[in-house]
Design a protein around this ligand. Sequence first.
Ligand code: GCB
Length: 626
Amino acid sequence: MKKKYAIIYLLLIISLGLHSQKFKEAIPKDIALVPIQNQFRNSIDLSGIWKFKVDSLNEGIQKEWYNGVTECRQIAVPGSWNEQYTDLRDYLNWCWYEKDFYIPASWQGEDIYIRINDATYFAKVWVNGKAVGQHEGCHVPFAFKLNEYLQWGKENKISIQVENIQSPSRVPTGAVEGSSFGNYPNANYDFFPYSGLNRNVVLYSLPAKGHIKDITVRPDINNTTGILNVEVEKNGSIQSGKVIVKGHGQQIAKDIRFSNHYATTSIQIPEAKLWSPDSPNLYEVEVVLEEKGANVDKYSLKTGVRIVSVDEKHIYLNGEEIFLNGFGKHIDFPVIGRGTADPVMVKDFELMKWTGANSFRTTHYPYDEGFYDMADQHGFMVIAETPSVGLIMGGDSLQLAERQRVCKQYLHEVIYRDKNHPSVIMWCVANEPNDKAQLGMAGPTSKATKERAYSLFKEHFDLTKELDPTRLVIYVGPMMGPRYWFELTDVIAINRYWGWYTSPGSIENGSSVLSSELDRLHRKHKKPCMVTEFGCDTYAGMHAEEPEMFTEEYQVDFIKAYLDVAESKDYVVGMHIWNFADFKTSQSIIRLGGYNLKGVFTRERKPKMAAHYLRERWFNNKGNKK
Ligand code: GCB
C-alpha cells in the first residue's frame, strides 16, 4: 500500500516538474518608448479576433494549452472579457488568449519584442509553447524580447494566460475582509474589475546593432529661451549620435557621445513657443544613433517647453497662475468595458472641450498612451495617477510588503512611460489610501501603525521625486482619512462628498462643511488645495421642482455650490467633478444596476443638465474659477 502511494507521489512530482516553467519578470524600462515605425523600426498591431478559453480550474498549464487551445471561443482584443460574454460578466479567474502570427522576413536580424499594453491583472506569456515571461499589474504595458522563441518562415503562436483574482496582497486590493463596500465582485475600489487584454498587443522590431532604449526630456525656461535637457539611454556598442529639436520654424541639432550607455545634452531654443492649455505648442525631439557616418537607429517624440511650480497658494505654469477645471474619468464604455476604443477617446476630448474643461485626472489607473498624446495636442493638463487606488498602508506585514513592491513597480512603469508629455503636470501616487492596522477596519489607528504607514508611504513620494524631480506630486485623500500624509504632497488634494454621503439632501450643509474644512487644511499646511472629486449620483431624466437627491437639478445645484466655495478662496487651485460620465462598477446597494451615476454625461455620452451648466460656467471663462 505504502509503495503504491510512493509511486503516485513520484509521478506527481515528475509531472509537476515537466510542467514547471521559468517565466522572466517584465522589466519596466522596456516600456519607456512606445513602439513606432520608421526606416529603422517596425511594428505590427495584433488587434483583432483571438482564440479564447476559460480555465476556471487552472489546468491549462498542466494540459499544455500553451501548445494550442482547442474547443475555444473567440474574443476581440482590445476589450474586456466581462462585456463580451454574458456568462463571464463577473468571472475573474484564469483565461487563455491565443493568436497566430508571421514575422516579416525583412525583420530577420533585428531585435524583436512584444508589447502587451494591458493584461489585467496577472499574465503569463508563451511563444511557440515556450515560456517567455510574466507580469503583475493592471492597465500598464509590459514587453519581452522574443528572438530566442521565434521561428522564421513559419507561423508563430502567442499564448497569454491571464487572471484578475481579487486579493488583499494586490494593488488595487480586493477580497478585503470587513470591507465597507459589501459589493460583488468584491473589489476594494469603485469601478468594475474589467479583465483580460483591455489594450492592444504589438510586435515590434529594433535595430540589433544598437538601439535607443529611453529618452528623457526635461524642459526649462530662461527668459524667452526654452531649454530641453535631454538624456538618451541606448544599448549596443554605438558611441555617438545626435539630438535634433524641430518645430515652429527652427531646427537645432547637437552631437552626443555615450558613456556607459548614457548621453546627455541641453538644447536651447531662442524665442521658444511655450506649451500651455491656450497654446499647446509642441516640438519634435529626434534622437539618432550613428556609426561611421551612417544612421543606425532613430526615434522621434513630441514634447513641449513648459515648467510647473507651486507656492503656498497657487500652481504656476510657466510662471502664470493656473486653475484646473475638469473631471475624474474612467475608461469605460458599453460592450468594450475598459478596452481601448479610439472613437470613444476622441469623443471624450470633444465633450471635455465642449464643457470648457482644461484638465482631467487619469482616475484610477494609467490610460492608454493615446490619451496623453491627445492631451498634449489639445492643451489639457493631466494629473497622471497610478493604479494604487484604495491602497491599504497597514495590515498583515507580508501582504503590505507585496503591495509596496507593486506600487513601486507601478511608479517606475508610469513615469518611464509618460514622463515626456507636457500635458502631465502632476503625478498622483495613490487615490484614497488609508492607514488601517487591519484590512477593512474602522476606527482609530495606533501610533506604531501610523509611523509604519508614514515611512512606507513616504517612499512612494521619494521614489517619484527621484524618477522625476520636475513635476508636482500628490496623493488624493479620502473623507475622514489620514491627514498627516499631506506633509508629503505639493498640493492638498481631497475627494469630498459632504451633502451626498453625509447630510444627504442638504447641499447647503455640505458646502459649508467643505468651506470650513478647506480653510482648516490650508491654515495648517500652507499649501494650495484642490478638490479632486465631488459630485452626486444622478439618474438621467429624473427631475424635481425643488432639488432632490438623484435628480438632475440636485446635481447642478451641488456642483454650483462646490464651485462657489472654491471661487471664494484664493488658495483653491482646481475643481475636478466626479465623474465625467456614468460608469460600471461592482453591484452593491448604493450602485443602482451596478452603475456609479455621478457622470455629468451618461455612459453613452449624452449630456445631463449639469454638463450644460458647466459649459455655461466654464466655457465662457476658460481657465478661470468662475
Ligand atoms: C471616491 C473614489 C471614487 C468613487 C467615488 C464615489 O472617493 O475615489 O473611486 O467612485 O468616491 O462615487 O463614491
